[in-house]
Design a binder for this molecule. Sequence first.
Ligand code: HEC
Ligand code: HEC
Ligand SMILES: [Ca+2]
Ligand SMILES: [Ca+2]
Ligand SMILES: [Ca+2]
Ligand SMILES: [Ca+2]
Length: 640
Amino acid sequence: MPNTQVSLYLSWSLLFSVASAANAAAQYSERSETPGVAAAVDVSGRSVKNKRVRAIHSNNPSDMGSTAYFIKRDPFLAYQLGRNLNFREFRTRDGVFSAIADLGGPMPDGTTAKITAHNQVSCSGCHNLPQGNPGGGTNFSKDSGFGRQAPHYYGAGIVEMLAIQVRAEILSQIDTNSDGWVSAPEAQAAAIPVRVQAATGPFGMLEYGNPRLSGGATGSPSLNNIFRVWYVDAAGRVVPGATSVDGLTTFGYNFGMIVWGWGQGSGRSALNPTNRAFLWDPWNAHGGLQAFDPSTLNDPDGDGVSLPTLSGAIQFPATHQAPDAGNQRDPLGFSLDDPDGDGYLSEISEGDLDLGEFFMLNAPRPAFAGTNAEYRQGVLAMAAMGCTDCHTPNWTIRSQDAVFAGDRRLFDIEVNFDSVAQRLEGELVPLYTYLAGTYTPNRGSFQIRGFFSDLKHHDMGAGFAEVDFGGTVNTLWRTPMLWGVASGFPWGHDGQSLTLRDAIMRHDGEGAASRQAWLAATPMERQAVLGMLRKMQLYDIETLACDITGDGAIEASYIVAGMATGIERFNAEWLFSTPARIQGPITNIDGLTILSSCVVNVDVAYGQDLTWRKDSDDDGWPDVWDNAPLQAGFKDGVNN
Ligand code: HEC
Ligand code: HEC
Ligand SMILES: [Ca+2]
Ligand SMILES: [Ca+2]
Ligand SMILES: [Ca+2]
Ligand SMILES: [Ca+2]
């Protein structure tokens, strides 16, 4: 019997591969088709439907199909294209990998390897709870034998905006002549400790360390470990490799907040300062896909901070540069470097990063699935135990002015708990002005309730200690945002806490007093905390009941392009400038009528025929970047 099964499978797959080869030109390997026609089908509508085509960056929205066009003219499509880059499974023909599961990157001791590299073809290989969302959930072999836990990145835009805002606020206090860096005399005159106001009200004032230099006119500052500092010459330009202000080659410093990552130990902050960097880094480390990114290198004054990207985020080339340097370029503009030598060029383009970043900027934030009273009680109980000394509940994004960038997002999804219906319900809140076909973010202020982090690193002592692969001990960790913590199973940097109680019981070092307070609290007080933590949750973004039309109601049968799509919900495809039209009711092989969310106008809805996007030979190289636009060549447009 097993033999028959195998041979059946073989003959079927043989037939199938012949059929698909015959249809190759008409097919996408993504699930873009309708049932009964081809293999690449998904009636749930959740799979990636658009073709893998390198996106082309432009600052000009009139360049049809460029990233400026999508972000300014068709931003929900930009969001969806970015979503699909985050969740797409990259294939051999896209340049994924060169090696598989080799060891990569040095630990602090300089010799021990840090991670199992080249182990996933998609961000969603690890960030997939719930599937198709920027959730967390998996642990993988990194830093120590216990591994590291993948956090969710719901609300990633807010996290990034706060990180850039804290830096801007600190800089505006110390950099008294406003030239963008801290000179030795400015450092000497700085107030200590440097303070930042997270939000008005209680728990709002945070201290980020000592910006003065260790030796007065020379040395280094002692800011909180979450910052990475670099040193600059008399004109504020990065001096590569410098480790202090010496008054000879270095005359001051600059810094960025490495907000992302659990922590890498004393003097090593954490992983990445921006969402853009948190795309090219894992694509390289896990997927073997190297990005070429002129936007990050766009630093005309050489101070180590780039001009804002299309999403409005400054980058930090002083400390973080994409792996493909683009030393040699094709006349059409893409990089010829091929850092991993697999023959596939420009595996991730600057435009891909624009779109992936735009999705992360606008990624919806976690929700609180309880009443205001339950929330208030929980926060009060946490405050009484000292938890809020680190888990800062509220933050304010400052509106745009000379110092701050304002809320750069296009929209917010406000999710609340309906205690009568006993469910979460969302509301799409536009944060843009639409004028003459162009969407512009309002860049106002935004109140974030229920964030629960001070964005600082703390010494958490033995309870959370990590002995890394090479034997170095780390006890410094970023206060994790607790939004979404109920869906964050398991907990701690190593995922070793299988209950919330256990995570709390591991608080040691600077958190020891809090654990004592937890132990001394009454069962009711502890219950108030746990009860609240268990309501801070994630949700499936695309099936959440959600008012997207702004009429204050959630329609039971929401019609898009003449087709009933089910309950009103946030599916970005329906907000495209040409909305995606679903297939609608179909009869399946069992004779049941089901709703097919397959999209029947993929090419038009997804802008696949626009000048800067069109890929006539389906090789992933858009015609305008393809040296043989009518001959498939996955490696470089020409060769296979
Ligand atoms: C192999 C599993 C894996 C893959 C694939 C992966 N990640 Fe992660 N991710 C992790 C782990 C583990 C961490 C925590 C790492 C640490 O801090 O040491 C993390 C951290 C993050 C963070 C920071 C979260 C926080 O709270 O600090 C972001 C953002 C993120 N990943 C985004 C991405 C994106 C985008 C991709 C795809 C381009 C991706 N990840 C691919 C496992 C993965
Ligand atoms: C001194 C700062 C500090 C205080 C006070 C503090 N925490 Fe934490 N908390 C942290 C840090 C840092 C971590 C991350 C530990 C790690 O990386 O493994 C953490 C982790 C957690 C986690 C796990 C989160 C996750 O995503 O894995 C929970 C839950 C938590 N804290 C709740 C509390 C509660 C409840 C209190 C009060 C009883 C409290 N914390 C007090 C700093 C603090
Ligand atoms: Ca590769
Ligand atoms: Ca390559
Ligand atoms: Ca092509
Ligand atoms: Ca070609």
